[in-house]
Design a protein around this ligand. Structure first.
Ligand code: GLN
Length: 203
């Protein structure tokens, strides 16, 4: 049972991807809905809005606790921003879940181009002969990768070539892009397998 954080943003696309993978899921809007989930997806949207809604809804501390206890998580775009330990170009009052030791810059590609698609090689998920189509929408990129954080993908070419856009630290996975909007469900399958291997259940 995978929870999909549903306070704001692209919830439906993740639910559809999980349906394709045959994985059960449940929307998470309140702390009480966390009980029994085995992992959590944090969708894209607007990270400072999601941060404020998490605070108002009393979800901030329960989520921090669950992540510290080893709950697997997969954040896309705004979800990546929320999971990071450090965020550049955000509001001073934005909250972080601090589950993956990276520094991300919000709207980082905006200096070159707002939104674009790229075919990515993703380590362990999409190899060079079968790259993953990835949609970047006012996306962040990763400027610092902490010790113990694995880089899974970088932008292959163009003005942002080399930018780190997919990372994993243990049971926490984060992507700058939206794998859920291009119909490629390999990252969702990868996350579901990781959740299965972890064996976490929220109390
Ligand atoms: N730019 C958004 C933010 O900072 C993220 C965009 C997205 O999730 N597609 O929250």
């Amino acid at each position: 049972m995978i929870g999909v954080l549903a306070v704001q943003g692209g919830v439906r696309e993740h639910e559809r991807a999980l349906d394709v993978c045959g994985v059960e899921h449940r929307q998470i809007r309140r702390p009480g809905q966390l009980a029994g989930i085995n992992g959590l997806i944090l969708p894209g949207g607007e990270s400072t809005t999601i941060s404020r809604l998490l605070d108002l809804g009393g979800l901030l501390q329960p989520l921090r606790q669950a992540l510290a206890d080893g709950m697997p998580a997969f954040g896309t775009c705004a979800g990546m921003i929320l999971l990071a330990t450090e965020v550049l170009d955000t509001r001073a009052d934005a909250h972080q879940l601090g589950a993956i030791d990276i520094t991300v810059r919000r709207n980082a590609f905006g200096r070159q181009v707002d939104s674009f698609e790229a075919d990515l090689e993703v380590a362990g998920v999409a190899e060079a002969h079968a790259p993953m189509p990835a949609a970047f929408i006012r996306a962040p990129w990763v400027e610092r990768v902490g010790e113990g954080v694995e880089t899974l993908a970088t932008v292959p070419d163009g003005p942002a070539a080399g930018a780190v856009v997919a990372v994993r630290q243990g049971t926490v996975l984060a992507t700058s892009f939206h794998p859920e909007v291009t119909g490629d469900t390999r990252l969702h399958s990868y996350f579901a397998a990781l959740v299965g291997d972890t064996g976490y259940t929220h109390p």
